[in-house]
Design a protein around this ligand. Structure first.
Ligand code: F6P
Ligand code: MG
Length: 446
């Protein structure tokens, strides 16, 4: 299939791509530099080599930041990581002589995080260090109240007092809607956007229960949840996949949703796809996945009463048994941190693609996954979702896809006529503010 054009570019001064390159990336790199200074300061002065390396990392990051700020040409990445050939190939074939602003936004943003990784991975003492972990940890801790509320809520849903629960089709439909939305709105709090969100914004975005969801439902500009429910409720004991986005609170919402999918009998196994390397600040790595299950049981991590703890204990006990029994399967693949849009999925990652095609529903979380699904282009907002994801909807054997995404970039498809016209005059930033969301479904082509 011919990939669509034109791609989003940071040269367009009215775009969020531009704001990102000009303001957000330098802020994000500045934070990593600060982190290295702090980390070095807190080391024992006898760790001379490690401190020295940490300072060198900070210097390299300063250079990277100035290359962006001066809109310099993109340079080759040099390291021995498993995906290095891909980066060399794409850079040489598509973006030779391009700069931080003139190459496509999707490429430059992925390239940025890969450059940061390259700086760290070549060191002796910091090659396994996740420079964003402390941020993920901090926000997760500050979400404790909502985490506990959700733990209570999932307990009620799985063990309903009226004993009806699991076999009641109507209540299952409502629960599916509720938990899909908890998983969806978790995506609003990704850390690469955090400089623009204050604490109240975050609190506002986290919540549970019908009232909360009702208030937010009007911000879902296209909502295929009913279609997705009609699809999944036909099955029992199937495989469902989550292509994960952010760690911490968002991941927690995904796991709660996945927990119910198993308990209700719709899913037999859930495959979670994490990033192989630290990515877009808050994306989930395998370490983050394991960390969250461990930390929810850690009494020292956040304050909770005895009874609150008992909910967390029950929930993490179940989650650990899913992992032990291979009902929850965690994997990672370098394709997820490649610069490729998912229009190239089958060609560039044939094995992973074939594996995903065995799934009865592949849930793509978040903004970056959405950008990759729709090729990060200037689509008309009324373009049908199935057209915008191209081969992933239409190729023979394509899997069923559900995108749960809060909108944080300059591309949205699948809207009714008139939606864009209504929002443009009142909220200039509606496409990328994170306030609005889309839930979009494609049945695939099995
Ligand atoms: O910076 C580009 C971007 O896609 C934003 O639009 C978004 O804030 C961030 O990266 C990642 O978002 P998410 O974690 O939802 O993929
Ligand atoms: Mg993310």
């Amino acid at each position: 299939a011919n990939p669509p054009r034109p791609a989003l570019l940071s040269t367009d001064e009215k775009s969020f791509a531009y704001t990102t390159a000009k303001y957000r990336w330098p802020e994000i790199i500045t934070k990593i530099i600060k982190h290295f200074h702090q980390a070095c300061n807190s080391l024992n002065p006898s760790e001379v080599d490690k401190i020295q390396e940490g300072k060198e990392i900070a210097n390299s990051l300063e250079i990277l930041k100035s290359q962006i700020q001066e809109n310099k040409p993109l340079i080759p990445i040099e390291d021995n990581e498993a995906d290095i050939e891909t980066w060399i190939f794409v850079l040489n074939t598509c973006f030779k002589d391009k700069t931080w602003y003139t190459a496509t936004w999707l490429f430059t943003e992925c390239y940025l995080y890969r450059r940061v990784h390259s700086i760290l991975v070549k060191t002796k003492h910091w090659n396994n260090h996740d420079p964003y972990f402390h941020q993920k940890e901090e926000v997760f801790r500050s979400s404790s109240k909502t985490i506990i509320e959700i733990a209570k809520r999932i307990d009620e849903l799985i063990f309903p007092p009226n004993e009806k629960g699991n076999d009641d089709f109507d209540s299952n439909r409502l629960i599916f809607h509720e938990l899909a939305q908890v998983s969806l709105w978790g995506n609003a709090t990704d850390l690469s956007m955090l400089p623009h969100l204050n604490h109240d914004d975050i609190k506002r975005l986290q919540g549970t229960g019908a009232k909360y969801l009702e208030e937010f439902e009007k911000n879902i500009l296209a909502n295929d949840l009913d279609e997705a429910w009609t699809w999944i409720s036909k099955f029992r004991n199937v495989r469902i996949d989550f292509v994960l986005d952010n760690a911490g609170f968002e991941l927690y919402g995904d796991l709660v949703f996945a927990d119910w999918l198993i308990q209700s009998g719709y899913a037999r196994e859930i495959h979670f796809h994490a990033k192989s390397i630290p990515w877009f600040v808050s994306d989930t790595t395998p370490q983050d996945f394991n960390w969250i299950i461990k930390t929810l049981q850690d009494e020292a991590f956040f304050a909770a009463s005895e009874s609150e703890r008992s909910f967390l204990k029950k929930l993490t006990g179940r989650w650990q048994s899913y992992v032990a029994n291979s009902q929850w399967i965690l994997t990672s693949d370098y394709f997820w941190t490649s610069p490729y849009a998912y229009w190239h999925f089958e060609e560039k990652a044939p094995e992973l693609y074939a594996n995903l095609c065995k799934s009865q529903l592949v849930i793509f979380k978040g903004d970056l996954n959405y950008r990759k699904l729709v090729y990060d282009c200037k689509w008309k907002t009324t373009t049908p979702f199935r057209d915008a994801i191209g081969p992933l909807a239409n190729a023979k054997g394509a899997p069923p896809v559900l995108a749960l995404r809060t909108s944080k970039s300059d591309v949205v498809v699948g809207l009714d006529k008139g939606v864009e016209e209504r929002l443009n005059p009142i909220e200039e930033d509606w496409m990328y503010s994170g306030k609005y969301a889309v839930i979009q479904f494609s049945e695939g082509n099995k």
